[in-house]
Design a protein around this ligand. Sequence first.
Ligand SMILES: Nc1ncnc2c1ncn2[C@@H]1O[C@H](COP(=O)(O)OP(=O)(O)O)[C@@H](O)[C@H]1O
Ligand SMILES: [Mg+2]
Length: 427
Amino acid sequence: MTEIILSADGEVRLSAGDLAGKGEAILATRGAGKSWLAAVQAEQLIEAGYPILILDVVGEYWSLKAKYPVIVFGGQHADVPLDPHIGGEIAKAVLDRKLQAVVDLTGMRRADQPFFIADLAAELYEYGLQVKTPCWLLIEEAQNFIPQVGNPPCKRPILDIVEMGRHAGLGVCLVSHRSATIDKTALGLCDILVFKRLTLPHDLQVVRDFFRGRDPKFVDVVKELPALGNDEAILYYPLRLEAPVKFKVAERKTPHVAETPTLKIKEVAAPEISAVSRELTEYFQRFIREKVVRRDEVAELRARLEELQRELEEKDRRIEQLEHDLELAQRFRIEVPPELLKVPGVNEKLEKLEERIMDLYAAQVEKAKRLEEENRALKRQLEMAGKADFSALAEKLEALNREMQRSRDPLASLSESLSSAVEKASK
Ligand SMILES: Nc1ncnc2c1ncn2[C@@H]1O[C@H](COP(=O)(O)OP(=O)(O)O)[C@@H](O)[C@H]1O
Ligand SMILES: [Mg+2]
């Protein structure tokens, strides 16, 4: 079984199988060497041939390319462009093709990230259960995606992996600089914990509570945390180790770019990588064109249809109102005594009333015509989109149109009766 060496002296090791099947958390304050240690693990898992998937919010893991055939999705060093809709598809590609992939989230809107990760994590788990390909998922700034308070859409799918990932051969490494705000259920489910320097009282309290709940005899580990150097860590792995072990972290084999962000790594020369990334780029572009754009179009049509339906319902109410007015007006006409028609000014008033009714009538006809046209166009579009489940809505639209048609006739007769009244009055 391939061993992953964590310590500089080579003594502290984990098996690759342990990592790619268990939950691990690396907890430390900012700048205490979390990403360095996570990258040390990533490098060796890559060497052991394990598929890995790194969710990188800072844009630092692309430097793995300096030595390894890693595919980078998104960010400034992308092999394949990233899109918020392809999370699930990336997970599938990683498992199917046994990729070692970095997803650089620096270019993705913060608001899109939880949805993207939800899709990715859910697919990694669901599809992982089918194919049982081992894979290691690294989640940086995990407190953003599985917070103690709040429920972003990615929280449940990530917790599923922490809790049950081993059934799919999935290991997950949660990296967090805020122990206080990361979900405690997730921490409780982790088998492997690595503590590095922690200084904030709230974060230290979390570690204290953790040991009190799990292994009270080791609660004094907390006292060592504030003074740890960047290259020091304490591993707590009760399934394999009798006690927590403090160690100096091994060197990285690829550059740590957090240190020197301007560092340029010359493109990986391996021709197979550029072939794979070209092929993946084409694949994802096709996927976006065929699935994502299509999905958006159908959603747009659906929204438009709903808007039209609301408009028609509004029209329906207006028609009812008009019919009511019409009835009143007809009653009024019957009751108008002929002498009244001779009163000066009534003539003009009746003319004005007729004009208003004619305007309403014309507007009604115009609107009905437009709605009918839109209705037809919409039906054509829906047919083209291959969606049959709109037929009930379409019937409703037609019924409303017929209703509108009927309302034109009373309007026309009212207008006629008014004009005959006007004629009489002017004689
Ligand atoms: N094992 C190590 N050996 C030497 N220097 C380290 C080690 N780990 C971290 N460092 C130094 O600490 C800095 C911060 O490390 P990093 O892993 O980026 O921290 P974090 O991810 O916790 O914010 C790095 O730029 C590096 O200079
Ligand atoms: Mg970091």
